[in-house]
Design a protein around this ligand. Structure first.
Ligand code: NAD
Ligand code: ZN
Length: 354
């Protein structure tokens, strides 16, 4: 079968022929219908050889949706032909966090050699993929698979990030979204669906700001040297209750720090490598909380799919064939993708997901 692999550190991913995987006991083989491309894949492909944590070659793709093609011994929870989304942050499955569905917070996974598909294990950018347990599968139940793929990360991660700040997003509050890409354009929609907050979106691209408006941002601002001052002005000098940074670079974190309100939240989602000085004398207003959430829980993925089912959120997607995946990554790197790039390994799919 064909797969998109990162094979050599510092080199572009390649489309290659790999052996067809077979499901072992407890595993599920999926025929992949759609796989989203995340900016985190670019971050991973930017890591230097000495610090690279995964074995190569590695099949990429941690946003996967497919139909059950075969099940290993003992699997009864899913049946062949069922359309499912893959919950990516695999945990040990036994600890308290995993029991709560928060496998993204499992403290044992790494030590046990458990890693997410596409981030250590063979991922979704292939014709077929192995899923370690039926526990990691959520039924699509009518959600368009092309929509569902980005929702497993680009939807789930902002949903999880926003949920922790919901008590602060009251009527009259302001939420700032920095970076309106795959995650950010869904964050704007989620904020509108879940809160009465005024949503202000920042990006460096004019088309990205147009998309932000289209999906519900009340205000849009170019992310430049004036952004922090304009945000202060927009909030009558008090700042924003919640700032979600989907870039995480030094410059955007400085904007976040300069525009957050007293008692506000700075939520760093982007892996841009910047740091935020927390503590007295660090420049943040009093009582600010900072967090750097990782992905989301299994039940939160169910929530996000339900929001899609209700038509409340929908990913803006551009689709590609498996062969076009390396070119799609190059375009993502150049900032040329509006919303999410989604690869369709089997070609165009019908909204029923089969
Ligand atoms: P993306 O490339 O689709 O979107 C990034 C957006 O940020 C683009 O629209 C780009 O124009 C904009 N941008 C770049 N520089 C900017 C600046 N200085 N100011 C404002 N906007 C700027 O990326 P994505 O897939 O949405 O991922 C966003 C970030 O979130 C990445 O860093 C990714 O690695 C990270 N991520 C984190 C988690 C997590 O669990 N914490 C999960 C998924 C992705
Ligand atoms: Zn991701």
């Amino acid at each position: 079968m064909k797969a998109v692999q990162y094979r050599r550190v510092g080199h572009a991913p390649e489309v290659v022929e790999v052996p067809m995987p077979e499901p072992g006991p407890g595993q599920v083989l999926l025929k992949v219908t759609a796989a989203g491309l995340c900016h985190s894949d670019l971050a991973v492909m930017g890591w230097p050889e000495q610090q690279f944590p995964y074995a190569l070659p590695m099949t990429l793709g941690h946003e996967g949706v497919g139909t059950v093609a075969a099940v290993g011994a003992g699997v009864t929870a899913v049946v062949e032909g069922e359309a499912v989304a893959v919950y990516g942050p695999w945990g040990c499955g036994r600890c308290r966090k995993c029991a709560e569905g928060k496998e993204n917070c499992c403290a044992y996974a790494a030590g046990l050699g458990i890693a997410p598909p596409g981030l250590g294990r063979p991922g979704a950018l292939a014709e077929y993929m192995l899923v370690d347990s039926a526990r990691h599968l959520v039924a699509l139940d009518g959600v368009d698979p092309v929509q569902a793929a980005p929702l497993t990360d680009a939807g789930l991660t902002p949903y999880h990030a926003i949920r922790r700040s919901l008590p602060k997003l009251l009527p009259g509050s302001t939420a700032v979204v920095i970076g309106v890409g795959g995650l950010g354009h869904l964050a704007v929609q989620l904020l509108r669906a879940l809160t009465p907050a005024r949503v202000v979106a920042l990006d460096v691209g004019k088309e990205k700001l147009e998309l932000a408006r289209e999906v519900g941002a009340h205000e849009v601002l170019l992310s430049d040297g004036e952004a922090a001052a304009r945000l202060r002005e927009l909030t009558g000098g008090t700042g924003a209750e919640v700032v979600l940074d989907f870039v995480g670079a030094e410059a955007t974190l400085a904007v976040a720090a300069a525009s957050v309100a007293v008692e506000g939240d700075v939520i760093v989602v982007g892996l841009g490598g910047g740091t935020l000085p927390v503590g007295f004398g660090g420049g943040l207003p009093f009582e600010v909380s900072a967090a750097f959430p990782y992905w989301g829980s299994r039940t939160e993925l169910m929530d996000v799919l339900e929001l899609a089912r209700q038509g409340v959120v929908s990913a803006h997607v551009e689709t590609f064939t498996l062969e076009q995946a390396p070119e799609a990554y190059a375009r993502l790197h150049a900032g040329e993708i509006g919303g999410r790039a989604v690869v369709l390994p089997q070609g165009p799919v019908s909204p029923s997901g089969v």
